[in-house]
Write a protein that binds this ligand. Structure first.
Ligand SMILES: Cc1cc2ncn([C@H]3O[C@H](COP(=O)(O)O)[C@@H](O)[C@H]3O)c2cc1C
Ligand SMILES: O=C(O)c1cccnc1
Length: 554
């Protein structure tokens, strides 16, 4: 993983580059600067030195390619290519002789960068933005450096431009999007997050999302490198290593912060289809269970308490008038009960927009109150039926393949449920590529809100653990609305509901645990949360080979 950081004089490029490697245990700092012998230059070098921490090993070199090859797994900061190319032009006499080529040296450096295994951050000046230089040497420098930057960029995973201390990502495509540089935030004291609330939105443009940036790749690389320094054979913690790397990348911090304020939003809603017997339980159980969750007595509450997560229940479309506060937050309620998906009439488009906007506002409210990881849970009798319809439609599976036993239905109910899924899929098919219309036709306000919640979590760069079949059905739709949002998610578990596995495979996610659970509410995600927290603790707390005086392998 290599990152190229470009910028003009005093733009803040070196500071940004140093920040990118600041989480590493040790950094090889390849200083390419020439040994100028004047006070001003010495002061400049000294300022650079003072900024660098004692974890930096400084190597002054005119041949960074050789230094990279000498230690291919090291975390390296190479600063900078401008002074390196100056040295090469000096040594070859190419300044004034156009016949002299430095292409071999440039190719050699590019090859060394491409072959480097460890995290590598390269700083280079961006010149030539102003008038063409007056001298042949000036023109040669700008030309060579411009060509070098272009060539190095091709072998880097990430290219950034620093202007006036601001960092912009330079994506491979045309659209330049801003990136937030990783910022170190002090660990919050242990607490369960309170829901601060966000304005109840009117739904305008609810389904329009900005382009989603994935978790920070440079930090992922730093976390991968840190794992290699910890007292264990490389890769021996397997999935726990992957989860830690992912959490680190989501936070833009290596080592990451402990997960201390995970929040579960339970989305409650009834479904018209449930009135005709597709569940083992009657629809009134939805409102009763919402009260149970709000009272702290449901499975989700017990598991959340164990792992220090907070639980917040939201009534999106329960078919009862719940008293606010005592049961659930009703501020985002869209309607009493979603309509009949068998007729493609779960919601109007306007209601679907309001529900997506509600989910987004709920994610915003939790993140703004300090949540550091989000989980969506579900509560709604009959909701495995719309979940199966959405998953069957979006993964192109037959109704009989995606239908599940839900709360434990008998064979007669299974036949009714399969017929309902078939009818729903007939309506859903035409909205295969229109996520909002699909949610409106065969989803429901609870599922639409979950979709908005998941996509907004990615907008807010907040990691998510997915739960079971109902929430994952909404996640499939969210990925369609905001492509790339799934890079911010991990699958908590695999439910026994057959549709769940199709959805996870479609999203390319592997469940953390597989414990044959089939409840929903957020329980699968909470079971997995302790694994994610352990993965983060490993990166924070384990001793390195150096610290523990343990000999490492070859
Ligand atoms: C007491 C109780 C607690 C629950 N907690 C989650 N669910 C889960 O089961 C229901 C979905 O299954 P189906 O589609 O078969 O109705 C939803 O309420 C879901 O949240 C529960 C269901 C019940 C009965
Ligand atoms: O997988 C789930 O989330 C699930 C399974 C059965 C009933 N409710 C939810």
């Amino acid at each position: 993983m290599a990152v190229l950081v470009l910028g003009g004089t005093r733009s803040g490029k070196s500071e940004h580059a140093e920040q990118l490697v600041s989480g590493a245990e040790s950094v090889r700092y390849l200083a390419t600067g020439p040994a100028h012998d004047d006070d001003a230059w010495r002061a400049r070098v000294q300022a650079h030195r003072e900024r660098r921490s004692e974890t930096f090993e400084t190597v002054e070199t005119a041949d960074p390619a050789a230094e990279l090859r000498a230690d291919p797994t090291a975390t390296v900061l190479l600063d900078d290519l401008g002074t390196w190319i100056t040295g090469v032009l000096d040594a070859t006499g190419a300044w004034t002789d156009p016949a002299v080529s430095i292409a071999d040296r440039v190719d050699d450096l590019c090859a060394a960068v491409a072959d480097h295994v460890g995290p590598l951050v390269i700083v280079s000046p961006e010149v030539g933005l102003s008038v063409v230089a007056e001298t042949a040497a000036g023109r040669r420098f700008a030309d060579e450096l411009g060509a070098l930057n272009k060539q190095i960029a091709r072998v880097c995973d990430d290219v950034r431009l620093v202007v006036a201390g601001r960092v912009v990502d330079l994506p491979a495509d045309e659209s330049v999007r801003p990136v937030a540089s990783p910022v170190v935030v002090a660990a919050p004291e242990h607490r369960a997050v309170a829901f601060a609330g966000a304005d109840v939105p009117d739904g305008t443009d609810a389904e329009i999302f900005v382009a989603i940036d994935p978790p920070d790749t440079a930090t992922a690389h730093a976390a991968r490198a840190r794992h290699l320094t910890l007292t264990k054979p490389p890769g021996s913690l397997s999935v726990l290593e992957d989860l830690g790397i992912w959490a680190s990348a989501c936070q833009g911090l290596c080592p990451p912060r402990r997960i201390e304020a995970a929040a579960v939003a339970v989305f409650a809603g009834d479904h018209g289809v449930a009135r005709d017997g597709v569940s083992a339980f009657p629809p009134e159980v939805t409102a009763q269970m919402v009260a149970n969750i709000a009272g702290g007595g449901a499975a989700v509450n017990v598991l959340a308490r164990r792992v220090g997560a907070s639980v917040h229940a939201f009534d999106l479309s329960v078919d009862a008038d719940l008293p606010d506060g005592h049961t659930a937050n009703t501020a985002y309620k869209v309607r009493r009960g979603s309509g009949d998906l068998r007729r493609g009439e779960a919601l109007t488009i306007g209601e679907a927009r309001r529900a997506v906007a509600a989910g987004r506002a709920i994610a915003d409210g939790l993140v703004d109150s300090g949540a550091d990881l989000l989980i969506a849970g579900d509560m709604g009798i009959g909701n495995t039926t719309p979940a199966a319809v959405l998953i069957g439609t979006l993964t192109d599976q037959e109704p009989v393949v995606v239908v599940g036993r839900g709360t434990g239905i008998d064979d007669e109910t299974w036949i009714r449920k399969t017929a309902a899924i078939r009818d729903g899929m007939r309506h859903g098919r035409r909205y295969r590529n229109e996520p909002l219309a699909l949610l409106a036709a065969v989803g429901g306000a609870d599922l639409a809100a979950m979709a908005g919640f998941y996509a907004q979590a990615a907008v807010r760069k907040t990691p998510v653990i997915l739960d079971g079949v109902v929430t994952t059905a909404a996640a499939l739709v969210a990925e369609q609305m905001a492509p790339g949002a799934s890079t911010w998610w991990r699958a908590g578990h695999r439910s026994t509901e057959p549709a769940h596995d199709f959805a996870l495979k479609n999203l390319g996610l592997t469940p953390i645990v597989d414990m044959s659970m089939r409840l929903g509410e957020g329980t699968g995600a909470l079971t997995a949360l302790s694994m994610v927290s352990s993965a983060v603790d490993i990166l924070i707390d384990m001793a390195t080979f150096d610290e523990a005086g343990v000999s490492d392998g070859d």
